[in-house]
Design a protein around this ligand. Sequence first.
Ligand code: ADP
Ligand code: MG
Length: 351
Amino acid sequence: MIEDKNPQRTSISDLGEFGLIDHLTKNFSIKHKTTVKGIGDDAAVLDFKGKKTIVTTDLLVEGVHFDLSYMPLKHLGYKSVIVNLSDVYAMNAKATQITVSIAISNRFPLEALEELYAGIKLACDIYDVDLVGGDTTSSNKGLLITVTALGEANEEDIVYRNGAKPNDLLVVSGDLGGAYLGLQVLEREKQVFQVNPKNQPDLDQYTYIIERQLKPEARKDIPELLKKLEVKPTSMIDISDGLSSEIIHLCKQSNVGCNLHEDKIPLDPQVISTCEEFDISSSTVALSGGEDYELLFTISQDDYAKIKANPSLTVIGHMTDAKEGMHLITRANTKIAIQARGWNSFKGNQA
Ligand code: ADP
Ligand code: MG
C-alpha cells in the first residue's frame, strides 16, 4: 500500500554501529536543563533537582504491535514516542527525556532508519523532550523499538491509579474509538490491495480515524490544563487498551465501583458513521478498542464547576462503593457489568 518513495538504499553496514548512531542522532538538540549529559557517554546524566523522577518504557515489535505494510516508518517513530509520553502525562507529570533502543534486521536500509528517526525527532520537538540515549543492535527478523520516557513532577502533584473515592466524577479527555476503527479501515484496505494491487484506496472519509491510528497524539495539554484550573485528579490512567479495561484498573486499584453512562461517551462523528458502515456498536468500539491515548481520571465533585465548560473534557460517570460493582448504564437505562475486552497482546487479538 505504501509506495517506496526512497528508492535509495544505503546499507547500514557501510556506516558501522557508531557511524549509524551519530548519523541518526546528529540533529537532536538538548532543550532541558535537567539533561546534564545526553548521547555520547556510557550513560546519560539527569538532574531533577528535588523533584520526583517519572520513568516508563514500552517495547514495540513488528508484526505484533505494528504492520509496516501500512505504517510508514516516520509515523512509527512518532507513535513509539507518543505511547510513552502518554504514560508520563497519566501520572500528571511533565515529560522531559526519552531513550530509544532499536533492533534492526539487515532488510532495513539507512534511509528507512532516517525516516524512523525523523518521526522520533518530530515528536521530540512537538512534545519538548530530549533524546538522551539508547541502544542499537541487530535482529534476525523484523524491527523492535523500545522507548523509555522520563519526566518530572512535584511529589504533591503526582496522580496514581489508586486514589479514586466513591462519588468522584469519572472524566475523559477527547473522544474514543477512533484509533481502533482506523485500524479496521487500514486492515480492510490492505486485504483489498492484496487482491488487486492496482486498487488505490480512497480514504478521504476516514482521515480522522486513520490519523488516530497512525499518528496518535498524547495529552500533554491535560496535566497543564488541570494545573491551570487548580484541579488535582484523585486517580488517572491513559487509555491504551480501551475504556472498559482502564476503568477496571482505576476501580480495582482504588477499591471503588463505578457507573459509566453509555450516552455520555464522547464519539467523533466519523467514528459514528464508520461504525454504521461496519455494522458495529460505537459504544463497543469505545469500550474495547484501544490506542486512543486519551486520559481517564476521577475528580472530587467539588471540582466539577472548574472543568464543566471545557470542551476537551467529558464527565462520563461516577465512582461508587466497591460493593456496588462496575456498571455501564445503557441508553435504554439498563445496567450491565463492565468487562475488560481491551487489547491484549497475549491473546493474539490486535483489537
Ligand atoms: P554502549 O556500548 O555503552 O552501550 P553505545 O555505543 O551503544 O554505548 O552508545 C553510545 C551512545 O549512543 C550512548 O550515549 C547511547 O545512549 C547512544 N545511543 C546508542 N544507540 C542509540 C539509538 N538508537 N538512539 C539514540 N541514542 C543511541
Ligand atoms: Mg549500547
